[in-house]
Design a protein around this ligand. Structure first.
Ligand code: NAP
Length: 457
């Protein structure tokens, strides 16, 4: 690491003990900023890097609720309002038992630079809870969301902080959260949450946006290499919102998507995933992935039993052992490690685009770099979700609703723009073709310049 940046990283470690995912995300950014501090001493003079690594505000709160058996349950809620130099804090809410401050901070930190890359006026934040929605009834989900919002409402607003969905938070949860916000505040403030239903302030394409956007980004990488999705074999991980719509767009562009996963295992379907069936199993019936294989002759389910898509070397293997040309990790952080990356490279994979946030470990990213695999980091490749959230905010502000075709065209234009900006910035800072450097530097400079202009606040 650049000697100017090492003491800053040491300070991050000391000030945020035990928050390993946040350390990892901060290190990944700082590792790219060496050429920036050399060229722009003004950022160091104004302590921009130290300030950008410290959240503006962190809120932790109690979320009590009553389950269907009448028992009082207790969870912890978080909202980290990381940086508002470019606009109101913007970023999703995650409901998953693994959520703690370090996860929320890593996600909020990444969100700052991702949002900057979209070119839209949005700052960075993230939130969530250690609540586990799996196996909970609709009524329990509603009571939890209402309790969560009963505290969160005082910290958010159209011009302050605009949450959205993430793992475990989809259209149903956003509905219950928005309902409670409206009830408490007596305001129909559409712009306070994104990911709303189409009939009550939502935007067409928001559901599809992150997955579609990831594929648009990968498509630009392929075009730059005089190639395309047509005829390619694709593997996605996860089978949630991002994974399903990444698979859908890849198939639409002519690829065959042969595998996906959830935290119980993975499915291999050489004929190509039946996306109507996958949506029925995951979005409507909310079942495990094994139900897909039970309903489809060409598919087989491999149970991994590790709470993940599988680990290398285990008898069940992992979703990353399935041969493919293009890999789209769309499940969760650190799900693809160095051994998984070696398996992908061995099987001829040439492009990896992160639909999830930080799914590839630093060791995996190094394997890809050494092997000449084109690697698109999540803060660039999955920015289509938040970009379309910003389009939802635009429609809410103008009390308008756009067609699917118009909104999707805007999404594609934004993703092409991010791709080109990453490449141009990587070039300008001496790292041609390096999307990690390009995304980190371009996102950082946009935020840093705004922070310089706004003074020491
Ligand atoms: P989701 O709809 O809740 O789906 C998450 C999927 O990942 C599920 O299939 C889940 O399986 C699987 N998963 C979770 N942990 C796993 C593990 N350890 N191993 C294997 N599979 C695992 O969430 P999502 O919205 O698609 O989000 C997925 C990723 O994309 C996250 O990193 C999120 O931060 C990122 N992202 C989302 C958006 C968005 O607009 N939604 C935008 C940008 C980035 P189970 O059902 O078994 O848990």
């Amino acid at each position: 690491m650049n000697p100017t940046l090492q003491p800053i990283f040491d300070e991050i470690l000391a000030r945020n003990p035990g928050e390993t995912e946040f350390h990892q995300a901060a290190r990944e950014l700082l590792d790219s900023l060496g050429p920036v501090v050399a060229r722009h001493p003004e950022y160091t003079d104004a302590a921009i890097i130290r300030r950008v690594c410290e959240p503006e505000r962190q809120i932790i709160f109690r979320v009590p609720w009553v389950d269907d058996a009448g028992q009082v349950q207790l969870n912890r809620g978080f909202r980290v309002e990381f940086n508002s130099a470019l606009g109101p804090y913007k970023g999703g809410l995650r409901f998953h038992p693994s959520v703690y401050l370090g996860i929320v901070k890593f996600l909020g930190f990444e969100q700052i630079f991702k949002n900057a890359l979209t070119g839209m006026p949005i700052g960075g934040g993230k939130g969530g809870s250690d609540f586990d929605p799996k196996g909970r009834s609709d009524a329990e989900i509603m009571r939890f969301c209402q309790s969560f919002m009963t505290e969160l409402y005082r910290h958010i607003g159209e011009y302050t902080d605009v949450p959205a969905g993430d793992i475990g938070v989809g259209g149903r949860e956003i509905g219950y959260l928005f309902g409670q916000y409206k009830r408490i505040t007596n305001r129909y403030e559409s712009g306070v949450l994104t990911g709303k239903g189409i009939g009550w302030g939502g935007s067409l394409v928001r559901t599809e946006a992150t997955g579609y956007g990831t594929v648009y980004f990968a498509n630009e990488i392929l075009k730059a290499r005089k190639s395309s999705f047509a005829g390619k074999t694709v593997v996605v991980s996860g089978s949630g919102n991002v994974a399903i719509y990444a698979a859908e767009k890849a198939a639409e562009l002519g690829a065959t998507v042969v595998a996906c996963s959830d935290s119980s295992g993975y499915v291999v379907d050489e004929k190509g995933l039946d996306l109507d069936l996958l949506k029925e199993v995951k979005e409507v019936r909310r079942e495990r992935l094994s139900a897909y294989a039970e309903a489809r002759e060409s598919a087989r389910f491999v149970a991994t039993g590790t709470g993940s898509s599988g680990s290398s070397g285990s008898p069940a293997g992992s979703v990353w052992d399935v041969p493919c040309d293009i890999a789209l990790p769309c499940a969760t952080q650190n799900e693809l490690d160095g051994d998984h990356a070696l398996a992908l490279v061995r099987n001829g994979c040439t492009v990896v685009a992160e639909g999830a946030n930080m799914p590839c470990t630093p060791a995996a990213v190094k394997v890809f770099a050494d092997a000449g695999v084109a690697f698109a980091p999540g803060k660039a490749a999955n920015a289509g979700g938040v970009a379309t959230s910003a389009l939802e905010m635009q429609q809410n502000a103008s009390r308008d609703s756009w067609t699917f075709a118009h909104t999707e065209a805007r999404l594609e234009e934004i993703m092409v723009g991010i791709h080109d900006r990453c490449l141009a910035t990587a070039d300008a800072y001496g790292a041609p073709g390096n999307y990690v450097a390009g995304a980190n530097i371009a996102g950082f400079i946009q935020v840093a310049d705004a922070m310089l202009a706004l003074g020491v606040i």
